[in-house]
Design a protein around this ligand. Structure first.
Ligand code: PMV
Length: 340
């Protein structure tokens, strides 16, 4: 792990560490990734940062820290630090909460990085260790139904494919086995190089303003998986997600956009869209290569690949949503400050 600053030159004293991590958007395979399909996710240029200082008592943003209200941070403290050494933790995040953009994953990996760095006063934990620990925090919060998609992409940056078996043509990072309420899941985490033709295409996020609980969404899908007709629809989401790996490597924005719009229709079919998400999709499609909901759905955000981001953003505003014009982020979690 390379630090953004040479920590060897930091004078001794009261250490303050700051790390930041990117949000993510799932392009294909949300929900289906919990049932054997690959998920393809990209890091996006909206970030969360977490900093820590020595303190007499545990503080979060200057207020008393309540472990029950902050289960992700509590989990990361238990993995990387000790409750006996209090710290003042400050969070500064541009990622909307409960919006399908992986805010809790970004905060978890950034927290893990500063906590592990402060404990070792040397090097922070590796991206793999951070991603694994943050995934355990997510799994707890989501009742055991959590893929490592958000936490892997927030750790690694770039584009990530999480699949149930290794894909030999891709760079493989690590494998995870996790027991959940529906049995044991196996996931392999890979990076996918983003073709230059795609890197420059603006991404427009539209937030409905309606928060969504990933835990409730994955539970409702799990209940419906008992029906064979529902499983047929889920198979279609999975099939498209497999096909999209090839499409992404070709890098044609129109083909990818078409597949995203098709994916949205399939996600509607499995009942994870909402009228507000559908309205945003309808509003942005005239200005986009394609668009879909991203993340657990039910509320949260859409993502559009657009050739006219301003028109897209206006259409989102006029439909009552909040636009974020952003781009692919190649960097994952990293230390941004070490001060005395
Ligand atoms: O809405 P988010 O950012 O929590 O993404 C959830 C993605 C799911 O596939 C629905 C769940 C998961 O853990 O992969």
């Amino acid at each position: 792990m390379k630090l953004a600053m040479d920590i060897g030159e930091v004078p001794m004293g009261r250490l303050m560490w700051r790390a930041e991590a990117p949000a993510k958007a799932i392009l294909f395979g949300e929900h289906a990734v919990l049932y054997g399909a690959p998920a393809i996710a990209i890091a996006i240029d909206i970030r969360a940062s977490v900093s820590i200082e020595d303190s007499e008592v545990w503080l979060l943003n200057g207020e008393e820290f309540d472990p029950l209200v902050n289960p992700h941070l509590t989990h990361l403290i238990s993995e990387f630090s000790t409750f006996e050494n209090p710290l003042s933790v400050s969070i500064d995040s541009a990622i909307p909460i409960a919006a399908g953009l992986g805010s809790s994953a970004a905060l978890s990996v950034a927290s893990g990085m500063v906590l592990s760095a402060s404990k070792n006063s040397d090097l922070p934990a590796s991206t793999e260790t951070l991603a694994r620990a943050a995934h355990r925090a997510e799994a707890r919060a989501q009742g055991g139904r959590a893929s490592p998609t958000d936490t892997s992409v927030s750790s690694l940056g770039g584009a990530v494919i999480v699949s149930s078996s290794r894909i030999s043509s891709l760079e493989h990072h690590w494998a995870i086995d996790m027991d959940g309420p529906d049995g044991t899941n196996h996931w392999d985490v890979h990076s996918l190089p983003i073709p230059p033709s795609l890197i420059s295409v603006p991404l427009v996020i539209g937030f409905t303003g309606i928060p969504s609980s990933t835990r409730e969404m994955v539970e409702s899908v799990a209940q419906k998986m008992e029906s064979s007709s529902f499983r047929i629809s889920m198979d279609e989401v999975s099939k498209l997600s497999i096909e999209s790996i090839d499409l992404l490597s070709k890098g044609d924005p129109q083909l990818i956009g078409d597949a995203m719009t098709r994916c949205h229709s399939l996600l509607q079919k499995i009942g994870v869209s909402s009228p507000e998400l559908d309205n945003l999709i309808e509003a942005v499609l005239p200005f986009s290569y394609g668009a879909k909901l991203t993340g657990a759905g039910g509320g949260g955000c859409i993502i559009a690949l657009s050739n006219d981001p301003e028109a897209c953003a206006n259409a989102i505003r006029e439909t009552g949503g909040t636009p974020y014009v952003t781009s692919f982020a190649d960097k994952g979690v990293r230390i941004t400050d070490v001060k005395s």
